[in-house]
Design a protein around this ligand. Sequence first.
Ligand code: ADP
Ligand code: MG
Length: 612
Amino acid sequence: MSDSTVEKHDFGAEVGRLLDLVVHALYSEREIFLRELVANAADATDRRRFEALTQPGLALPEQAPVRIAPDKAARTLTITDHGIGMTHDEMLSNLGTIARSGTKAFSESLKSAEAGDKPSLIGQFGVGFYSAFMVADHVEVTSRKAGTDVAWLWASEGRGQFTLAPATRDEAGTTIVLHMKTDADEYLEPARIEAVVRKWADNITIPVMVAGEGEEEDTKANEGTALWARAKSDVTEEQYTEFYRQVAHAWDKPWATVHWRAEGQIEFQALLFIPGMKPFDAVEGDRVSKVRLHVRRMFISDGAELLPPWLRFVQGVVDTEDLPLNVSREMLQATPVLARIRKAVTNRVMTELKTRAKDAEEYAKFWDNFGSVLKEGVWEDNDHRAELAPLLRFKSSTVVGLVTLAEYVERMKPGQEAIYYLAGDNAEALSKSAQLEGFRARGVEVLLLEDQIDAFWPERLATFEEKPIRSVTQGAVDLSKLEAPALEGEVADTEALITALKTALGPLVSDVRTTDRLVESSVVLAAQAGPDLQMQRLLKRAGRDSFGAAPVLEINPRHGLIAAMVARLGAGDSVEEQAHLLFDLARMQDGDLPKDPALFARRVETALMARI
Ligand code: ADP
Ligand code: MG
């Protein structure tokens, strides 16, 4: 081959840093390079099998194992698969850049991870392939994409550059040759290789063969019995955890392991996990379930949406006999079998959550990780909304820890008509909000909601045990039926002041009125009927500025400042400047900025100078 056909490429900047990290930070966990490369080979084989369903020309050869062949004399380790292969461009992007999360998140996690957790970090961040450079100082990948007749050779010493050149390969698939570092001898021993495969890749359903020395035959190193197909009593907790880490690309322990076999009208086996930690992309990533669908052990798809989006944090496998092996993408969309499996799987997960919710402390851990995702179901899923309501947990203005809606209703005061909540960005700040003063004075509990989704779902749920659910910032809250504490201070005659405030503030407010829900503060904002203040804030952030009417300014007629303004007005002086200050103060109490921060600053200066 002439040199002119060899393309030289630089790794993406991220890859360089990553290689450094992988090679140095994970030195003590080197053996997992084999897990990563075997997993890639198995994935590629599964993908080819799936593609072959619609393109028979791509069918796998009868024997399609992943083969690992050490050569002590040449100091190489060769891993071969019959998978889907890669084109020139796929090699360029898959082996030259970082497909998934960046090195920054990776290196940060590395710093905080326990030593024993580091191996699975590699899988989590999709840096799997680069782990080859932990043991090799020169890596060659020859690949031929199934359905094409050209092959390419990717080669690198892992130091900033790689080359791509035309190559030959008899069949479709991929061969990786690792030129081992001098201190990585152990991975040229068949026994050591087998041990590593057994430890990390036992669940891979494709045979993993290790070539023997000299004339010796290949040895099958993995069991390949799908864990989910075994009886529960035959599986240890360690095996469950290891399997979970593989399917979920995680390194924690599952919070819940649900393993069952459904029999009767529809038959399937399922092994599902609820993670013990919040994965990096559980909430912000794609809103689709990645639970894997298998048919008679064979991997079919991780895009079959076996669970609704609001249960997308659930990981695992569902394996059914009730679909044909050659199920196509279109069929996956349409088949009633899958609809029935979905329903059964969703119900089973709900049952698990209901059971586990009885242990408040344990459930709180789950809630902390995935509560905000579950709430999406209340918003969007008519079929499960009512069932989800008892699973919700809240911070509260009167109770430490998390409370349920049922507990809230139990504690409602005589005459209290609604379940009240206050939504914002942070429960800690909400608990000090002026919005709560009147509720606190009357001993009325308010739920403090701090997730984005909280601005949306209460409207959909609407009631719980027939009690309406209401935002304290929405419309005029009527506390008059509740036993009121003896409020101190005289009630000022605010009629003229209200007129003056309306004139001064103009379109900034849609109304000014007195309220009995304030104790210490002089003013507070409320929304006109319609979206509550937090909802308006979120819409505004999303660029929907004109949503919702201007707020209502509520004033506390017992407050000294209001009395002073009434007096000032009575003496014939203007209250225009004070009106704007009050309005901005009310905004700031809710964590918003003044309408015009610079102007606000000038007004405060003027007011202060008058006093000094
Ligand atoms: P991940 O497996 O998490 O996507 P890797 O770094 O392990 O990340 O691999 C990067 C990509 O390279 C894979 O997603 C796949 O597209 C491709 N790849 C790696 N090994 C193989 C292989 N043996 N056959 C085909 N494609 C492969
Ligand atoms: Mg991989």
